[in-house]
Structures are given as C-alpha cells and as structure tokens.
Write a protein that binds this ligand. Structure first.
Ligand code: ZN
Ligand code: ZN
Length: 294
C-alpha cells in the first residue's frame, strides 16, 4: 500500500510533516473517537511507524521500487491501464484570455474563473473518511500481487492492500475534487499577442502524492481594423472622396479615443504618422499610429 497517500503526505516529506499528518489523521480515526475505524487506524499507524523510522522508510522505499527488467516492462503496461500507486504529476491546464487592443496597450486586471481538480479537502487525498469501513484485499499482499512475471500493483485495491467499502463522500475515493478556481491576473501594458504566462502548480492535482500541474495562460489580442507592425500600428483608410473634400480627418485611435487631424492635401496613397498612438515599446514609450490613406 502507498503509505504516503495513506497519510496524505508527499513522498519527499520531512519527519515533522509525517508526524503532523499522522496526528491530524489520528484525531479522526482513533478507535476511541471513531469505533468503526479501528482497521483504518491500524493501517495509518503502520504507515506512520514505517515512515517515521528512517531505516524502515528506506526498506519500504526499496520495496516500492524493487523490480527486475521484465517487471519494469510489465509494470509500465499495468500503469497504462491505470493500475499504479506511483506519484504522477497532475496535468497542465491551458487557458486562452482574449484582450481588446485597448486592454493590451493600457494593461488590465482581470478575474479569471476556470475548473481544476484539487486534492480533496475532506480526506487529504487518501480516498477515505471517518465514516469509511475497510476490508483487507484478498487478491494481494500489502498491495502487491506475486505472479510468475514478477510483482505488480494489485489492480483490485490499486496497491492499497485494502478495499474501501464506502469511500470519502466528497471525492468518491479518487482523492480529487473539481473546483472553480478564481485567479486575479495583472496583465502588463503591451502584452504580446500569442504570449504565454505560466503559473506553477495551479493546474490539476497529481496522483498518489504527485505534484500539481501548471496553469498556462495564453493572451490573444483582438486588433480589429488595426494591424501591428513592430511597435507601430497601421490603419488603412479608404476615403470615399478625394482628400480635397475634407479639412479634418476624425479617427478613433487604438485605445478608443477620437482624434481629429488636419487633412494633408496630397494625392493618395499617403502616410500620416501619429506619434505615440502605437503599441508599447520596451522602454515604456509607445510607437506610432500610421494612417495609410488609400
Ligand atoms: Zn489488492
Ligand atoms: Zn476525499
């Protein structure tokens, strides 16, 4: 059985963390408190006594990892079927955030809501709670099956060595629950279209004490009628009449304000440059807005 998962600690936990996890569990599962859970308490105590003693812990880790070559191949196969008690990192979550051009240029704070799987709070990921009743697994010894091909994680109890008759109510024994996570994103001025920001450990929970995956946020900027050319922004304008029909040209700049400019009396195509109305530059200033009058 996976003692780490049983106590709800990570495989690299320090003795203090193991002690704390054991006391936390003992408060719920001690037979004086909960007469139904004496078998579970026996397992939890066994896990604690093994992990707190450095020699026993080493022996236990050797037991978990000991295998021959054939066994390694076969175990990979069994793992693909989902029968494993090894720590496995959680999956990453990819999110796409759409920004208006104004938001991208000026920077913005946004609240993002997304679904993720987290370690169950009720059972700390071990899959059983105070009301659970367990029975020993007949098919294996300490969660391992001996076969002529080697020793494998028992597919019936998934390496626990016991079966839970009524698993944790909140996670149904999986050790994970789905939650809606809220995240405040401070998006900097001049964020690049298509760029990605990684938030460590904000993805899905791992299996058997494996670490959390990451959250990857990809920004996409809606340029609308504008085009980004380096630090400048280009706007193509097709005038219905020749330029001498207009004295002023009223346009909406990328950040949304209206700007009125004097119409140069030239023949199209012509370029009009509006300084500082373009995209953000590295030095904190802004490029130009280029009107291409056709
Ligand atoms: Zn079993
Ligand atoms: Zn649970």
């Amino acid at each position: 059985m996976n003692f780490y998962r049983l106590l709800g600690v990570l495989p690299n936990s320090k003795p203090e963390e193991i002690k704390r996890a054991f006391y936390h569990k003992a408060k719920k599962f001690h037979p004086d408190v909960n007469p139904n859970s004496s078998t579970l308490f026996k397992y939890i105590t066994q896990a604690y006594q093994t992990l707190i003693d450095s020699n026993k812990r080493k022996e236990y880790e050797a037991f978990l990892s000991k295998k021959g070559l054939l066994e390694t191949f076969s175990e990979k196969f069994v793992e693909i079927l989902g029968f494993t008690d090894k720590p496995k990192r959680g999956t990453d979550i990819n999110l796409q955030i759409k920004l208006s051009l104004k938001e991208a240029i000026e920077g913005v704070e946004k609240e993002v809501l997304y679904q993720r799987r987290v370690i169950c709070k009720r059972c700390d990921g071990c899959g059983f709670d105070e009301e659970s009743v367990v029975v020993e697994c007949d098919g294996c010894k300490d969660g391992r099956m001996e076969t002529k091909f080697g020793r494998f994680v028992c597919p019936v109890c998934l390496g626990r060595g016991f079966l839970i008759k009524n698993p944790c109510r909140d996670c149904k024994g999986s050790g994970h629950t789905k939650v809606t996570q809220s995240l405040y994103l401070q998006i900097n001025q001049g964020v690049e279209d298509g760029s990605t920001k990684v938030f460590k450990h904000l993805g899905n929970a791992g299996l058997n004490g494996g670490e959390y995956g990451d959250l990857k946020v990809r920004f996409s900027v809606d340029f609308g009628v504008f085009e980004k050319v380096g630090d400048d922004i280009l706007l193509r304008l097709k005038l219905p009449n020749s330029p001498d029909h207009y004295r002023y040209l009223n346009i909406r700049v990328p950040t949304g304000e209206k700007v009125s400019i004097e119409m140069p009396q030239e023949k199209p195509p012509m370029k009009i440059r509006l300084k500082g109305y373009g995209y953000n530059k590295q030095d904190g200033t802004r490029g130009d807005l280029i009107l291409l009058v056709l």
